[in-house]
Design a protein around this ligand. Structure first.
Ligand code: HEC
Length: 201
């Protein structure tokens, strides 16, 4: 009698477990039939590998009165683990970069900076079957007030591709700014041969 009860309870629990598993969204990038990337809704629960402040690059200098922005870089936990164990990104990796306005606070004796309102959201995806020429593709979902639920791959002629090829430490990603990933890349010898950390761009 007791065994039966345990068995029934066990089956019940595994069914609930399976249903919960099915409801969970995979962290892998999801594309529409038309080839647009869907905005991953759980990205803020991923591993945050980097947090740049005031990362303006390229020839146009930031004007003195433009507020600084934070760059928050998120990656799904399984891709993060794979990188830590190999120094390489697995197929199906997605990295998301979300901007947030910096806010200054006048404290008793100092001034400190924290993150405020969300801004732009961009992504990069590694999928050599879908993007045979470039392996990686770039996406932009717009600012916080005009965020799109899906984004088309940015054309290969855009500067995203140039800068992310010429200046990145590992593949097309700025691993040099993500300290624990850079350690793994050095350990496994996956930093690009000509990578120069002092190069200005
Ligand atoms: C002039 C150079 C430059 C250009 C052009 C550029 N990026 Fe980046 N990107 C960077 C840098 C530097 C970082 C690292 C940011 C940090 O450390 O906060 C970065 C990081 C990223 C990341 C986080 C993952 C990674 O690759 O490290 C994404 C996603 C991203 N950029 C998307 C884009 C998209 C989309 C475009 C084109 C619309 C673009 N970038 C154009 C320099 C560039």
């Amino acid at each position: 009698m007791r065994t039966w009860k345990t068995l029934v309870l066990g089956i019940g629990l595994s069914l609930i477990g399976a249903a919960a598993g099915m409801a969970q969204k995979p962290e892998a990038p999801v594309f529409t039939p038309g080839g647009e990337l869907m905005l991953p809704d759980g990205y803020r629960e991923w591993v945050q590998v980097g947090m740049g402040l005031g990362m303006t690059y390229g020839p146009s200098a930031r004007k003195a009165d433009t507020p600084l922005m934070f760059d928050n870089i998120y990656v799904p936990r399984d891709a993060y683990r794979a990188f830590i164990q190999s120094g390489k990104w697995p197929e199906g990796t997605i990295l998301v970069k979300e901007g947030r306005k910096a806010e200054n606070h006048e404290l008793l004796a100092n001034v400190g900076t924290t993150q405020g309102e969300a801004s732009y959201l961009e992504a990069i995806v590694k999928d050599s079957a879908r993007f045979p020429d470039t392996t990686w593709a770039f996406f932009a979902f717009g600012g916080a007030s005009a965020r799109r639920p899906v984004a088309k791959p940015i054309p290969k002629t855009f500067d995203c591709y140039v800068c992310h090829v010429d200046n990145t430490a590992v593949e097309k990603t700025f691993v040099q700014h993500y300290p624990e990933l850079m350690e793994a890349a050095k350990k496994f010898g996956t930093v690009k041969a000509g990578f120069d950390p002092k190069k200005k761009f």
